[in-house]
Design a protein around this ligand. Sequence first.
Ligand code: FAD
Ligand code: NAI
Length: 474
Amino acid sequence: MSKQFDVLVIGGGPGGYVAAIRAAQLGFSTACVESAAYDDPKGEVRLGGTCLNVGCIPSKALLQSSEHFENARHGFVMHGISTGEIAIDVKTMIKRKDNIVTQLTGGIRGLFKKHKIALLPGHGRFAGGGGDGWEIDVAGEIVTAKHVVVATGSRPRHLDGIPVDNKLICDNAGALAFDAVPKRLGVIGAGVIGLELGSVWKRLGAQVTILEALPEFLAAADGAIAKEAWKVFTQKQGLDIRLGVKIGKVTTGKKGITLAYEMGDQNHVLECDKLIVSVGRVPNTDGLGGEAVGLRLDERGRVAVDDHCRTNLPNVWAVGDVVRGPMLAHKGMEEGVMVAELIAGQAGHCNYDVIPWVIYTHPEIAWVGKTEEQLQRAGIEYRAGRIPFTANGRALGQGDTTGFVKMLADAKTDQILGVHIIGTNASELISEAVVAMEFQASSEDIARIVHAHPTLSEVMHEAALAVDKRPLHF
Ligand code: FAD
Ligand code: NAI
């Protein structure tokens, strides 16, 4: 007799493990299949997926360490603190990052035990069945479940002719585990990973060159934010970002890596000691056995789902990076909750219009809702309020006044349509805008809320007042 579950989740990343926890909370017998060990010293399967093991968490740990290093070298002087000679012990920094990852992935195992979720180690694949019960092959053993949630996530996209060995040429996994600061670091792709990990190694002393195919910098962000970020990253921080490049041949030899590329009709060569390839991610749908049971994919090879993460098959759901929408951990987690609640007959819901984006550079970049350019293209009339951090006492006290908050509100109804921040702690500040937009608040609502003084949040308050052209401190 095969093992039977109400809900079986394939993939133990943020989408999958959250779906499993919520399903178990709702009283379903639940299992989660996970195949990756992510360099676990004992070779045991690890939960947490890309996010905990080789994504969000380790990258933020290294960003924090490198920011401390940068502050000790350059930031403390203005406070009258002299530090003398400063050194970075990369092995200790990486070990700290690894310990955080181990603690968190172990924590998810603990949560699985608490909720009596069966962790089934191995690769999961559809083997047959239908709406009355699906058969899933887990490492050669057939398990059956009434509902299946596909949460197989994504993996880095690699480029033809640029073989990633995660030693010299790395994707995110290798770039989070360098054993020393490379003298010259090349990065292909000025997206989120390129900017975050490029910043880490730049702060620690690497000479960083980022090659980006698009002629525009940070095309997804609001234009004014991208412009300010460009200025700060290239002029103040010395990231060498080259736009509109066409990558050519890459060779490795005794002198390191040689990368040929074209830019503006001219041929160039970049020599570097390590190369990070960060050109986006592809959904994990191969080896899933989906074709055998007729699981439909969309035009970009992702599992095709509706607004409620239902696939074309009865009682088969899919969440996270493997489906449409931004590849973000919090989006996948919310979908996991939604699906478990829908399985339970509840009104599961995910508001795709209000998903925040954060880029954890310094200054941080965060936004939610529409950009000014999107509103213009859609012909929506809006009012904008923009306040710089230089007008904020707390930012001045912190010695960190780069950037601004921009709020966009509907010209007629005043409903907030988008908020865009570049500045210190933008990742935390954006939450106020997310809450406001979730409840369809107006800029006037934010303007009338008491904000503690002195805090960075007062910039949000002032930006709301500025929408109505009545800022008090600018
Ligand atoms: P994943 O996390 O990819 O998990 C899927 C899991 O399924 C994997 O563990 C895989 O081994 C397993 N699996 C796949 N196929 C099978 C199978 N057939 N059988 C069994 N197991 C299988 N997002 C943010 O929101 N904030 C950030 O700061 C952030 N930083 C990032 C930094 C980096 C360097 C990277 C690479 C990503 C970052 N992300 C961030 C994105 C985030 O990691 C992903 O959006 C998130 O992990 C997606 O969750 P998921 O559950 O859909 O998939
Ligand atoms: P990305 O989509 O953010 O950026 C990839 C960049 O590479 C783009 O600017 C693209 O134009 C460029 N590119 C593509 N092909 C190229 C080529 N051949 N030559 C040069 N440039 C090329 O993808 P990235 O940085 O790999 O990150 C993957 C995803 O992981 C992100 O989209 C995001 O969903 C997630 N992530 C989220 C983070 C966060 O929330 N803070 C941090 C890191 C990753």
